[in-house]
Write a protein that binds this ligand. Structure first.
Ligand code: CTP
Length: 398
């Protein structure tokens, strides 16, 4: 079996929880597998475990101070943020969860996490009542929404004597997650992926348009995940949502503009993911300036059909992934689209459920591939759904 940890640089951040001692074993196992483990500790963590233990195991100095630098740059937090393959905080306390959720940077761990663009895993450990607290729950949600991978604690016996959800996940599971994240970190390296996002706006006049409720969150999450996994991503979007560095963003507004950009780019792509809600119809006539209401009691709007972009690129050799936004007969309509648009994969979602789909941060999808593989996700944050979709893409892209 391939040793994924070999030569990987892992920043193991240890916070002040009784379970800090378990990180010693993690560090030891990872070093034995050939990883270069750099341990960062808060002052509270050192009340539970000494630095010397980690230094003896990792053969690296423990970093516990923002002002005691040893790196080439002489700025340790930037050096670790940039040069690690992955950062994991295990155990992470309620305090550190709160700090990173809100961008506080007053110690070596929070500052390093704020400075990194590398994958971050957190493994919380605390008393059950603390993990159930509304503030902790909200902070965890915020972190998940922003791409931090949370290894939810287990339920079981806690140091307080209580039984509840707060126990650090076991060593094997933590290591398995580290291996999984490291193995996908660059698995799309060199692939050119084109993603469309957002709802198109079809103008009636200079101020009015016909639009739809798509926010662009799903397409933007896909772009972010593909980029994190090493792909060269071009995002053709109608949305003003934030786009991280490294993604080429092309802003469009109408279906026609989106079509032109996609047709221009498609030959150089390995894959296209059409997450955009492209308007099927547009007003036949565009009125220059603003149409005034005086003297108009009834306005008739003639709509004409827009080109179907996926249909236009049917002959392209690249992998084509479509979305099917449905309110009924989801599977039937989804499979029809998969076949009629000659797609490699269709992602079906229920847009009649306000908890998921349009505008929501959450989604639940059914993915069906041309070969007939079926995957149904849980209701999850769109970043996690994006990872699920890309995991499926990985099974058909080579
Ligand atoms: N799509 C497209 N061009 C269009 C309309 C849709 O490329 N003019 C793409 C969407 O981006 C999506 C897929 O086709 O990936 C399915 O879109 P959807 O709106 O669910 O279905 P339609 O094909 O438009 O059919 P209907 O609206 O009747 O369900």
């Amino acid at each position: 079996m391939k040793n994924i940890l070999k030569n990987k640089k892992i920043a193991l951040c240890v916070c002040g929880s009784i379970s800090a001692y378990k990180s010693v074993d993690l560090a030891s196992k990872w070093v034995q597998q050939g990883a270069d483990v750099k341990v960062l500790m808060t002052k509270s963590a050192q009340k539970f475990v000494g630095k010397a233990t980690f230094e003896g195991i990792t053969h690296n100095k423990v970093v516990d101070d923002l002002w005691n630098n040893e790196s080439d740059l002489n700025i340790d937090h930037l050096d670790i943020a940039k040069n690690s393959d992955l950062l994991i905080v295990s155990p992470i306390t309620a305090n550190m969860i709160s700090k990173i959720a809100h961008g506080v940077s007053d110690d070596i761990i929070s500052t390093t996490l704020l400075a990194t663009e590398k994958p971050i895993i957190i493994a919380p450990a605390m008393d059950g009542n603390m993990y159930d607290h509304f503030a902790v729950k909200k902070n965890i949600e915020l972190l998940k929404k922003n791409g931090v991978i949370v290894l939810e604690p287990e339920s079981g016996y806690l140091a307080s004597g209580l039984t509840g959800k707060g126990r650090l996940r076991n060593q094997e599971e933590i290591t398995a997650e580290v291996e999984r994240v490291l193995s996908i970190a660059d698995d799309l390296k060199g692939k050119n992926i084109l993603i469309s996002a957002g709802g198109t706006r079809e103008p009636i006049d200079s101020v009015r348009f016909i639009g739809n409720r798509s926010s662009g969150k799903m397409g933007h999450s896909l772009a972010e995940i593909c980029s994190q996994r090493g792909a060269n991503v071009t995002l053709v979007t109608t949305s003003n949502l934030f786009v991280p560095n490294g993604i080429k963003k092309i802003s469009v507004s109408t279906a026609e503009e989106m079509k032109v950009e996609i047709i221009n780019l498609i030959d150089s792509m390995d894959c296209i993911i059409m997450a955009a809600a492209v308007a099927d119809f547009k007003p036949e006539i565009f009125n220059e300036g603003k149409v005034k209401k005086d003297g108009i009691e009834k306005m008739e709007l003639n709509l004409v059909k827009n080109d179907d972009i996926l249909n236009l690129i049917k002959d392209s050799k690249c992998i084509k992934i479509g979305f099917a936004a449905e309110t009924s007969n989801h599977d039937e309509f989804g499979v029809n689209k998969l076949n009629s648009k000659d797609l490699d994969m269709i992602v079906i979602n229920d847009v009649s459920n306000s908890q998921i789909g349009f505008e929501s941060d959450y989604n639940q999808v059914k993915i069906i591939t041309k070969k007939g593989d079926i995957f149904k996700s849980d209701i999850e944050n769109k970043k996690i759904i994006a990872s699920n979709i890309i995991d499926k893409l990985k099974t058909i892209i080579n």
